[in-house]
Design a protein around this ligand. Structure first.
Ligand code: AMP
Length: 328
């Protein structure tokens, strides 16, 4: 599938001496693993090439995947091939200097809200962008080197973006790609310890979430994590936002979301929407956001807008429940 574009991307990587990798703002396991994994593959295969991963932000819980690189001059960008991974729209690319690159490639698995770049490879049905990088490796496995560093990074992205191989996007291809990585040798004990272990104080925060969570008439569980709560538990925005997973296992609740007060001048509130069975990306798109069918993000700018989003989502979930069976 998509043989021509993969060949084009391979040829472009081969052609350029300098390659710069890009990912999205608020980096997660997938965009971090995909950029670091592809970087490790290119470096192992072509040690003479300059491959830079310049990211303005990184996630603390992914520090075990290694550091990003220092920035380079505008001249270096101008001579480089840019590759943007796991980022659906241009405004979400974290390093804005991507515009300086001589040519740009987009590799992504999100619903394409917009396209950018000279060469575009998007496969929405892939459970992670890391899976696409592994597929890319497999396509050219006689000419590429996949080392343990690359395997660790790509496996991390695969397990985090697929909910530990749990989400519905996981198929035979996903597990075959994971098998390719495991064959290289990954210390999964250490990898999962890095992903699962939580600080004592964070568990206290989770307990507070369960105490304060609310539910709409048709069963949307939600919580508003305001600045006071973030300060009480000494949380960064990223740590506060990570709590969306705590609401994912409530019977009859097929959609859940967290609202995180950003504390900026606009009074913006980050919304993380999650669901099973019912798609909720259309709700996110209505509120300055987008994403996947069952995992989207949005932004609202007032409590009124937050209530409006909840009302829309509640009606959406009601319509789904009224017309479908088998959800639980
Ligand atoms: P999050 O809850 O921020 O992890 O977002 C869930 C998914 O939706 C991720 O794959 C994001 O890339 C995507 N997403 C989040 N916010 C936006 C946005 N404003 N526009 C488009 N996609 C988004």
């Amino acid at each position: 599938m998509n043989k021509e574009i993969k060949q084009k991307i391979f040829d472009k990587i081969q052609e350029y001496d300098t390659i710069i990798l890009f990912r999205h703002v608020r980096p997660d396991g997938d965009c971090t693993g995909a950029t670091k994994g592809l970087q490790a593959i290119i470096k192992a295969t072509w040690p003479e090439k300059q491959v830079h991963l310049v990211a303005s932000e990184s996630a603390a819980y992914l520090a075990f995947l290694g550091e990003e690189d220092p920035d380079v001059s505008d001249e270096v960008y101008a001579s480089a091939l840019g590759i943007v991974l796991d980022t659906a729209s241009e405004n979400r690319i974290s390093n804005k200097k991507y515009t300086l690159c001589k040519e740009l490639i987009k590799i992504d698995h999100h619903i394409p809200l917009e396209n950018y770049g000279d060469y575009i490879w998007v496969e929405e049905e892939r459970s992670s962008c890391c899976e696409m990088v592994v597929v890319f490796y497999e396509t050219f496995r006689d000419r590429l080197i996949l080392n343990q560093e690359a395997a660790k990074c790509l496996y991390t992205g695969m397990v985090t973006d697929s909910g530990r191989f749990k989400y519905s996007g996981v198929c035979g291809d996903t597990l075959r790609a994971a098998a390719t990585l495991l064959d290289v040798g990954i210390d999964t004990d250490t990898l999962y310890a890095n992903l699962y272990l939580e600080a004592y104080g964070y568990l206290k925060f989770k307990a507070e979430i369960y105490r304060r969570m609310e539910i709409t008439e048709n069963g949307i569980a939600y919580i508003y994590v305001d600045k006071a709560m973030q300060e009480e538990f000494n949380l960064s925005l990223e740590q506060a936002s990570a709590c969306v997973g705590t609401l994912d296992s409530i019977r009859d609740v097929i959609c859940w979301m967290v609202f995180i007060e950003n504390g900026d001048a606009e009074g913006s509130i980050r919304v993380r929407l999650r669901s099973r069975f019912v798609a909720i990306n259309t709700i996110a798109e209505k509120y300055h956001g987008g994403g996947h069918a069952c995992a989207s993000g949005a932004t609202v700018y007032s409590m009124e807008e937050m209530q409006a989003l909840l009302k829309d989502a509640d009606a959406h979930v009601k319509a789904y429940k009224d017309t479908h069976e088998g959800w639980l």
